[in-house]
Write a new protein. Structure first.
Length: 385
């Protein structure tokens, strides 16, 4: 029996970083996915194998070695998501350090630790092979870490006692509400290992999909009355969400009042953005007016992100370039490089889009238009395997 779970990446339309400090944020899933396949097999010996296909990396541990370093998981508890303690984190690091890890790919170590934590908690010491493939650029603000944790949690839970799915059903399936809640909670524990202090917005939008408003762990599904078209520009400047989130928290400690005002302003921007997206266009409020308001809110959000210190020269280049075409942009995700969103108004001609894309690509950036607001995590059983 093999199961595959696929989980989408995301864009944050408004409120990244401030959401970690309790402000509202608005996010949507995109049509790029990470997939994790899980297969238990006796021909594995007693090995747990992890293959990161796109990175051409394979890791394996004997289940005996995992048990030696991290004892106490003979009876896994898939229904009770558990945070990883500092001591367990150090044990996970021991297991990861024993693998051949190329220096250039050392950033993946936290992802491998998150995998091991999710595995032993949900499946114990069962021998298996897990294979991961991803369409989401890593460390670019499109939620690769969350999609990784959601797809792994999804696959592990689907073959656990808590899956609640019919293994004989064909095609892509969705978990029931309680299953989705478990996937989301476990994925958050994985994100904690990778991110340090995640708000939970990335794993939530990857689990549930669609367009959501998120504040202090509370999720509201939004129904958009606007066909949002966003150009995504990947500056290809690598960065690390954990360090950027920690940098904002340090700035908030140094300037608590000023930063509280920034977070509160972002809360208002997100609330207004959510309301505009949901209001139907009428004769009085045309689509163009709504798009102009959204563009202005995105610019305001970008300015506030600059106040937090998470912009970057490459992001500023994208902003300047798109502004030449009267288009508004903001960073998405943790910033510091990574991806930038540009709102493409409905009436904008393709000629302008082509021009702006050509100019951005001439700077060495990569552009694409993503489909926004698709399904969250999905599962597919493959009984013939
Ligand atoms: N397919 C994958 N395989 C292994 N590890 C992964 C994979 N995808 C993400 N990760 C882990 O997540 C880390 C990147 O997460 P990070 O949060 O810094 O960026 P992001 O999630 O792409 O962007 P953002 O959090 O801003 O949306 C990688 O260094 C790695 O540890
Ligand atoms: C920067 C941040 O707000 C979003 C990263 O996609 C971090 C988080 O909310 O966990
Ligand atoms: Mg991330």
């Amino acid at each position: 029996m093999e199961v595959t779970a696929r989980a989408p990446g995301k864009i944050i339309l408004s409120g990244e970083h401030a959401v970690v400090h309790g402000s509202t944020a608005v996010a949507a899933s995109i049509n790029l996915h990470t997939s994790a396949s899980l297969r238990f097999s006796s021909d594995n010996g007693d090995m747990l194998k992890l293959e990161l296909k796109d990175m051409n990396l394979k890791f394996s541990w004997t289940t005996g070695r995992i048990k030696e370093v991290l004892p106490g998981f003979d009876s896994p508890t898939p229904s009770t998501p558990k945070p990883c303690s500092g001591e367990s984190l150090r044990s996970l690091a021991t297991l990861v350090d024993e693998q051949m890890f190329p220096e250039a790919k050392i950033a993946l170590a936290s992802g491998v630790s998150a995998f091991l934590w999710l595995y032993i908690n949900i499946q114990g010491y069962k021998p298996a092979t897990v294979t991961v493939t991803s369409q989401i650029p890593l460390s670019s603000g499109l939620g690769s870490s969350a999609a990784f944790c959601v797809s792994i949690s999804g696959a592990l839970l689907a073959l656990s006692s808590c899956g609640g799915l019919d293994h004989n059903q064909q095609g892509w399936l969705m978990f029931e509400e309680s299953g989705l809640e478990l996937v989301n909670k476990w994925a958050l524990e994985g994100e904690r290992i990778i991110h340090g202090k995640p708000s939970g917005i990335d794993n939530t939008v990857s689990t549930y999909g669609n367009l959501i408003e998120f504040k202090s762990g509370e999720i509201t599904q939004l129904k958009s009355n606007l066909l949002l078209k966003m150009l995504i520009t990947n500056t290809k400047v690598g960065r690390n969400t954990k360090a950027l989130v920690a940098g904002v928290s340090e700035r908030a400690l140094r300037h608590p009042d000023a930063m509280a005002s920034v977070f509160s302003a972002i809360d208002s921007v997100s609330e207004e953005l959510a309301s505009i997206i949901q209001t139907p266009a009428t004769d009085d409020i045309t689509i163009t007016e709504k798009e102009e308001k959204l563009a202005e809110l995105m610019e305001m959000n970008q300015g506030l992100l600059q106040c937090m210190g998470v912009s970057h020269a490459s992001i500023e280049t994208v902003l300047r370039t798109t502004l030449k075409y009267k288009l508004s942009s903001k960073l998405t995700g943790a910033g510091g490089g990574g991806c930038v969103l540009t709102l493409l108004p409905t009436l904008l001609s393709n000629v302008v889009v082509d021009k702006v894309v050509a100019e951005l690509e001439s700077c060495g950036f990569e552009c694409f238009i993503a489909m926004i607001g698709g399904k969250g995590v999905e599962i597919c059983f493959n009984p013939s395997e």
